[in-house]
Write a new protein. Structure first.
Length: 139
């Protein structure tokens, strides 16, 4: 009986070692930062010219809402935006694409820009902290 256990054990180990890793792994959506969920860069804002127009996700832009545009983060991602010049913070929801000027990383609505005293300067260094990632985009 003992001689039967050794070949059986050997075959079991051999079969288990031949199994492969999963073929399809879930990868994070584009723009999903790895490691700490923080990004640093320059913020700007947009307002009057775009108020009432459709955003990239199909909503009507309300310049007084707490929303923002980002190039790659999924729509409905919630961010905490901190103005590094004064420490003021605002929570925004991504509902548009942009900015498309220079190396800016986020365009805030006028309402959000006012919360962190960004309007007078037009731009400011910010830290973006991801509070909740939106669902992956289908585009």
């Amino acid at each position: 009986m003992r001689t039967l256990h050794v070949p059986l054990l050997f075959c079991s180990v051999l079969l288990l070692s031949c199994s492969s890793a999963p073929r399809f792994a879930r990868t994070p959506p584009p723009g999903n930062p790895s490691g700490p969920h923080e990004l640093e860069g320059t913020a700007s804002y947009y307002a009057d010219e775009f108020n009432g127009r459709k955003t990239a996700n199909g909503e009507v832009f309300d310049m007084h809402a707490m929303t923002a545009a980002h190039k790659t983060l999924p729509f409905n991602t919630m961010l905490l935006v901190r103005n590094m010049n004064n420490g003021k913070e605002v929570t925004v929801r991504i509902n548009d694409r942009g900015p498309f000027v220079g190396s800016r990383i986020i365009d805030l609505s006028l309402g959000a820009a006012r919360e962190i005293d960004l309007v007078a300067s037009g731009t400011a260094p910010v830290v973006l902290q991801i509070i909740q990632m939106g669902p992956p985009s289908r585009n």
